[in-house]
Design a protein around this ligand. Structure first.
Ligand SMILES: [Fe+2]
Ligand SMILES: [Fe+2]
Length: 305
């Protein structure tokens, strides 16, 4: 049975059978959470390391990659990972705007709302942790693609229930698969390894939360709305994956963008890694009836399926 919805409550009321899961997630967050703001494990700048597992570089194994010396490849991945983390921060901020806005006037003692507050606290610490990792790498933030900025505005202004949680989940799943590799790869800078470990642990709760929220929202929707939502989630996933490759990153390193773009477009290794990154997401969406023909075409066109 559902609680009644009150004036000003725009998020889905919590079905009573989901409440225990939200309560468990909140308790788990109280038991195991991290705060790296005072982390001083290594004060030196991480210049002798890869920024991320090299196989995750969109250029890995291409002619451009093969022409580079190892120190140049390290520098390239430090620059790329700093941009990836910038996209992660963009997602974490958008998530808070859209979800807090939808829950502004709801009952704050509800189990799902308490977990949402905890998730927002996590996300702010993650953003600070990623900024610290970027600084530790001696890097800086690259301005985001215009497409990402525009879609970010549309997302935080208009996304509803399952679309908001679906796009959030898409970003979280992609980073989860990448960061599992980075967290245990001793070629990777310690600051990135540590922040990846923390992120993987804490995001596993966020992903359980998003999956359950999507199921809650889908309980009573029409098939038209389900199909529209499926397509919008696919567009969101496509924009996030596309946004990870940013022209400015490569121009900054003095590389020829046309050659880099050709190399990335032809790079089967890059496509394979991104299919791997979205496999758990696509599997979940298919199970929940959020993978229709149009969405499938979008995932295939953007090499996510
Ligand atoms: Fe996060
Ligand atoms: Fe998250």
């Amino acid at each position: 049975m559902l609680h009644g919805r009150r004036f000003g409550e725009f998020d889905m009321p919590t079905p009573e059978d989901s409440t225990p899961l939200y309560g468990e997630l909140f308790e788990s967050a109280k038991r195991l959470s991290f705060d790296l703001r005072n982390d001083s494990t290594d004060a030196h700048i991480d210049l002798d390391w890869y920024g991320m597992t090299p196989e995750w570089s969109p250029l890995y194994g291409t002619p451009t990659w093969n022409r580079m010396a190892e120190t140049e490849r390290m520098q390239l991945t430090r620059r790329e990972v700093s941009h990836f983390l910038g996209v992660a921060i963009w997602l974490e901020v958008a998530l808070q705007i859209v979800l807090l806005r939808r829950n502004h006037s709801v009952d704050p003692t509800r189990a799902d709302v308490k977990f949402l507050f905890n998730e927002c606290a996590d996300e702010n610490l993650h953003s600070l942790m990623f900024v610290a990792a970027i600084e530790r790498l001696g890097e800086r933030h690259s301005p985001l693609d215009r497409l990402l900025v525009v879609v970010g505005w549309l997302f935080r202004t208009f996304a509803w229930g399952e679309v908001a949680y679906g796009i959030v989940l898409a970003g979280e799943e992609i980073f989860d698969v990448m960061q599992r590799d980075w967290s245990i790869d001793d070629r990777v800078a310690p600051a990135v390894r540590r922040s990846s470990h923390v992120h993987v642990v804490e995001e596993s709760r966020h992903m359980s939360f998003a999956r359950q929220k999507i199921r809650d929202h889908l309980r009573s929707v029409s098939s038209v709305r389900r199909n529209v939502s499926a397509v919008l989630i696919a567009v969101g996933a496509h924009v996030i994956a596309r946004g990870l490759v940013n022209k400015k990153v490569y121009l900054d390193l003095g590389l020829d963008w046309r050659a880099v773009k050709d190399d990335i477009d032809r790079n089967e290794q890059h496509r394979m890694m991104f299919r791997r990154a979205t496999a758990p997401l696509v599997e979940f969406l298919a199970r929940e009836g959020l993978l229709n023909t149009v969405a499938g075409t979008i995932y295939r066109k953007s090499n996510l399926l």
